[in-house]
Design a protein. Structure first.
Length: 229
């Protein structure tokens, strides 16, 4: 597959940021919420849904590797792990894919957890390309969605997942159109964790946090607050 166009550049996440965020999450107090691009974790005592609505993943409509429609509504009621990639990526993406396979294996029997991988070069990654990529990498479409559509939608989703697109001239070729950032989202499309997808320890933490969300239905230790609209 040809190299991705410069206009699909994404802002890569710094590994140190993830390590600090994971270390500061205070797991004993429930999982935090992430509201903006600063990726500052916030708990009940810091932010209230009544004063500041909790950030949620925006509405969207894309196609998965089988050609079936996949929308934001497909995520409702499920925990999901999201990342951004492109099929011809040869550096960060294979490492992230390999570690995401651990997540898929850990939840192989769990219908209420999905992995969603959004192509940042949808003009180059057709449904057929995604299907071939899935087959080559043994990706089960029932548990792991590879998604493509129009670039404008993917850009909007990048912002919604707090993963920013950069301008073409901002980065070298090695940094184009992908990021190591993994985003954990609860059953109500609220961001509850951010992780470095190239670090095994972060994957261990992601798996543990996803189990927490699946077990408690995304309640915090304050109870009903996590379910307020």
């Amino acid at each position: 597959m040809p190299a991705p166009p410069p206009e699909a550049a994404m802002r890569p996440a710094a590994s140190a940021v993830f390590v600090l965020l994971i270390a500061g999450c205070g797991r004993g107090g429930g999982l935090p919420f992430y509201e903006d691009a600063s990726l500052t974790p916030r708990w009940r005592g810091v932010v209230s849904t009544r004063a500041t609505p909790v950030h949620r993943i925006a509405e969207f409509a894309l196609l998965d590797q089988t050609g079936r429609p996949f929308t934001a509504g497909s995520l409702d009621g499920r925990v999901h792990v999201a990342n951004f990639f492109f099929t011809s990526c040869g550096d960060v993406c294979p490492i992230t894919r390999r570690l995401l396979s651990r997540v898929a294996a850990a939840f192989a029997a769990e219908d209420n957890l999905l992995i969603t991988s959004y192509s940042v070069t949808p003009g180059r990654d057709s449904v057929a390309d995604l299907a071939a990529y899935a087959a080559y990498n043994h990706i089960d479409h029932r548990r792991w969605k590879l998604l493509t559509g129009d670039l404008a939608t993917v850009r909007q989703l990048g912002a919604s997942y707090l993963v920013g697109f950069g301008r073409a001239g901002d980065y070298g070729v090695a940094s184009l159109a992908h990021t190591e950032m993994l985003v954990l989202v609860d059953q109500h499309r609220r961001i509850r964790g951010v992780y470095n997808g190239t670090l095994a320890l972060d994957i261990d933490q992601l798996i543990a946090d996803a189990r927490t969300l699946l077990t408690d239905g995304s309640f915090t230790t304050e109870g009903q607050w996590a379910h307020e609209p």
